[in-house]
Write a protein that binds this ligand. Sequence first.
Ligand SMILES: NC(=O)c1ccc[n+]([C@@H]2O[C@H](COP(=O)([O-])OP(=O)(O)OC[C@H]3O[C@@H](n4cnc5c(N)ncnc54)[C@H](OP(=O)(O)O)[C@@H]3O)[C@@H](O)[C@H]2O)c1
Length: 284
Amino acid sequence: MTFPKISNSTKVMAVIGDPIHKSLSPIMHNAALKALGLNFEYSFIACKVESRNLKNSLEAIKELGFIGLSVTMPHKQAILKYLNEIDETVEAIGAVNTVINTGGKLIGYNTDWIGFLTPLKKVCNLEGKSVALIGAGGAARAACFALKKCGAKITIFNRTTKNAETLANDFCTNNYKIEAKNLNELQELASNFKIIINSSSLGMQGFNENFPNIAKSLNEDSIVFDMVYRPHNTALIQMTKNAKGTVVHGIEMLLYQGMEQFKLFTRCDAPEEVMRSSLQDKIN
Ligand SMILES: NC(=O)c1ccc[n+]([C@@H]2O[C@H](COP(=O)([O-])OP(=O)(O)OC[C@H]3O[C@@H](n4cnc5c(N)ncnc54)[C@H](OP(=O)(O)O)[C@@H]3O)[C@@H](O)[C@H]2O)c1
């Protein structure tokens, strides 16, 4: 006879968002917990939380003693006002993707910027480099923070120019400027950038609009990072591969932001290869 090993002392973590049924966070975190023999000490679940229920859900999470949260769309910014503390990176980025519950006190962190920077730094040095950043939403905010930290020269291209300008202004200082342009200028200007990053929703599975065709501007020196991870080979990634450029897949960002979260949740180093293959199994 086998007995369930989830016990009264199992610590629960959850990803919250809406929709949530396609989230890969439970798969990735539970695979890591299992690999380290921590799968009954901790368990990671997914909870659909609609925007109108965010405040009450956080109260319940405190009350029920969940030890941590991974936070995804559409709550990354809205959650800020319900937290007891935030760390300095959250303050700079203006978005949260991780919450730790310490005895009823909710503390917000952001690991997206590390998830973005870790794989990018493996393929290039960013200091002084011109980077085209497509998109101006939450993911772009984390990218701006990371790129600025590394001294890159950023030009934001976005469908709504005003959102690009707002993001650029938020990260501008007296001696650091970011340019903001409309997405419809990308095709003409793409050849000015060796490093191109897509942080917009363009190219996502089930999304009707395509990424602009910038194939003519890509070559073997191009470095292209597509944050979109479904599909694995987006049209942008495929264009870059055809030009023999270097690609960074969205799955790498998902992995490294998750590894940082895992450390915050468990205080253990995350098993990289186990987590990567748990994601690859679901995405490829
Ligand atoms: N790999 C990872 O770990 C990771 C992490 C975070 C996000 N992501 C991906 O990054 C993407 C953006 O996420 P987010 O959290 O930043 O979302 P978000 O805050 O909703 O921002 C969406 C961005 O996409 C642009 N956009 C939306 N529809 C568009 C269209 N039809 N044409 C052109 N641009 C359009 C928006 O432009 P407007 O300003 O004009 O609305 C905005 O810049 C998603 O695909 C998400 O899956 C991946």
